[in-house]
Structures are given as C-alpha cells and as structure tokens.
Design a protein around this ligand. Structure first.
Ligand code: AMP
Ligand code: MN
Ligand code: MN
Length: 336
C-alpha cells in the first residue's frame, strides 16, 4: 500500500476505471477513489465504458464518469483499475492505439479470488467484502478526509456487494465501515430506496418470463434461468433489468448452483469483448452468471470457461448454441 500511495502522490494525471456493466461496487469504488484523488489535488479522469444503470444515478458526482476518452485528454501517468479480476473486464480501453502516450503505471485494486495480478502495483484482498472496503483503507492511509459524498460511494459499494449484508462476503469491516459512513452523514434509507426502489412494469414482466424459464438438473441441485434478447425486447427492458433475477433461481430448495444464461444484444453484458451480437451457425453470445450456496466453488467453474469471480458468485462470457451451452452446464452436475 505504501508504494501505491507514494506513486499516487507523485502522479499528475490519474485515470480511474472499473469493470464494464458496472455494479454498485464498481461505481462506488470508482467515485470514492476519484474524489479522493481530487482532494489530493490530482488531475483525475473517471472512466467506465458502460452506461451507468439507473439505480446508481443518485450517486454524487456521477456526471464525472466519462465513457470515452478523447482529444488531448489522453496522457495519464497512472491508471487505477478497480473491481476487475482481469484487465479485459475494463473493456477495450487498453487495446486503443496510442491511447497512453506516456505508458502509464497500472494499479490493480480488487477483491476477486480469480484476480490475475495484472498491472504494475497491486492491492488485492480476497477477504474484503467489496473493492470499496479496500478503497476505504487506502483513502484513510492517504489521510484524505472522508466527506459525505465519498462516504455515500463507499457505503453503496459495500451495501450492494454484500447483498445488503446477506451474502457470505459480509464481514466485520462491512459493518464497521458502514457504521462510520453513516456517522459522516450517509442516509441508509436513501441508499436502499434508490438501489432497491421501484421496478418498471417491464421489469416485473421480465421477472415473470425469467421465472418461467427455470429448469432443474436431473438431481435438482442445479437450476438454470434463461433470459433471451427477445424477452428484453418484448418487455422493453435493458440488460441492467436482469440484475438480481438469478437470486430467485438460487433460492430454490436443494439447489447448490444457480445459473443464468443471458443472451446479449449490442449494448449487452459483454459488449466489452465483441461489439456485434451476430448469430453464427446458431451460435449466440451469452453472459453466464453462476451463484452457489457456498458448498460449490463457482469461481473455479467460471475460470474453466474463461471467466472468474468469487467462491459463491462468478461469471463468464461465451459464444455457443443455447442447447450446447445448456448441455455443457448441466453436465457439471456429474461432478457435484
Ligand atoms: P455477474 O454474474 O455478472 O453478476 O458476476 C458475478 C461475479 O463474477 C462478479 O464478481 C464478476 O466480477 C465476476 N465475473 C462476471 N463475469 C466475468 C468475466 N467475464 N470474467 C471475470 N469475472 C467475471
Ligand atoms: Mn463488481
Ligand atoms: Mn466487487
């Protein structure tokens, strides 16, 4: 951590970024880190490739996050990559030619068990409940005062990544830090209201279709939910409306692994790797989400498919026909 702090203090222009299709931790960590660098007097660019989901639009200084880096604003000496197990999770930023005229130092701050230790400096703690927990510690170490805006971002990162303090990553630090953030002025009800507030009618109809799609493996230990592009089109919903649907599949009695197959459209879950969603010989592109009850390590399964994540929540992207994909996943049950 000392090395990172020394490097940041000597940096001039820092790019702060997090993973595509961001969740509350990716956005909360990005804003908290960026605002702290602002407080240190650094020139800071906040970047995320994807559209920010509506539920996170209440976060302070959200307008600082850009999805394109243009013109002269391209010279960074440092890039901080947050909440990403590997560099591809940022999207195609690092593939753009001539983007980094000064060949910056990459700092990798994350809590995924599958982190590849990319970059030049790493701050990785797989026991942290959220990247926001690590960012909080870094901010404290840098002696940046935590104001209400930074506190709201840290609180939201921890609150959402722990599933409101319900998931297995919920630790002592989650409560301690959130308690402190509330004393700085965060309103827990306001955060919860924004994050879990109201659903559009389309989202409720999508939930109906998603529930209807659930299939169980022969032994009842794996549940599979499928969300197609057509379902999104028919209900007028966006990929962000799919967030959280997998929990219904996870909650079924005796289920150890829940799987969500999400077919994506152009702006979908995996627009980071390939911009066009084309059918090639019946093959379609999917984002696959995996959740376990804690008895099965889904991070390893996701890694076998080229993705990653945590012990109980992981994901990967793939291109396959739907029947092949289902067969491959149902076959996993022979090993469980
Ligand atoms: P999701 O199913 O997209 O909500 O993701 C669950 C967890 O798996 C998150 O911690 C993600 O960071 C991780 N994850 C999802 N997709 C990928 C991927 N393609 N590569 C690496 N990690 C992923
Ligand atoms: Mn995340
Ligand atoms: Mn996270």
């Amino acid at each position: 951590m000392e090395k990172i702090i020394r490097h940041l203090k000597n940096s001039e222009h820092v790019l702060v970024t997090s993973h595509v299709n961001p969740d509350g931790d990716a956005i909360g960590s990005l804003l908290a880190m960026g605002l702290s660098l602002d407080a240190l007097g650094k020139k800071t660019t906040f970047y995320n490739k994807s559209k920010i989901p509506t539920v996170y639009r209440f976060l302070p200084y959200l307008e600082r996050i850009v999805s394109k880096i243009e013109g002269r604003n391209r010279e960074f000496d440092t890039v901080i990559v947050l909440d990403c197990g590997n560099l591809q999770r940022v999207g195609d930023l690092f593939q753009s030619p001539n983007l980094f005229l000064r060949f910056p130092v990459i700092i990798n701050i994350d809590h995924h068990i599958t982190n590849t230790y990319f970059g030049d400096l790493q701050l990785i703690d797989t026991t942290a409940c959220a990247t926001a927990e690590i960012v909080y510690r870094l901010i404290r170490e840098m002696a940046v005062p935590v104001d209400k805006a930074i506190a709201t971002c840290i609180y939201t990162g921890i609150f959402t990544d722990t599933g409101s303090f319900r998931f297995s990553n919920t630790n002592k630090a989650a409560f301690e830090i959130c308690n402190e953030m509330v004393s700085v002025g965060v309103d827990p009800y306001n955060v919860a209201k924004n994050v879990y507030g109201t659903y559009s009618l389309g989202r409720i109809k999508l939930l109906n279709m998603a529930l209807d799609s659930i299939e169980l493996s022969y032994n009842g230990k794996l549940s599979m939910m499928t969300v197609t592009r057509r379902m999104l089109d028919e209900t007028g919903t966006q990929p962000e409306d799919v967030d959280g649907l997998i929990h219904y599949a996870r909650r079924i009695q005796n289920v150890k692994i829940a799987v969500l197959l999400q077919e994506y459209r152009n702006e979908g879950k995996t627009s980071d790797t390939s911009p066009k969603s084309k059918k090639i010989g019946g093959k379609k592109k999917f984002h696959v989400s995996l959740r376990s009850d804690g008895t099965v390590d889904v991070a390893t399964i996701a890694a076998d498919f080229g993705g990653g994540g945590h012990h109980t929540a992981a994901g990967f992207n793939t291109e396959s026909s739907i029947s092949d994909l289902k067969n491959r996943i149902f076959n996993l049950m022979f090993d469980v």
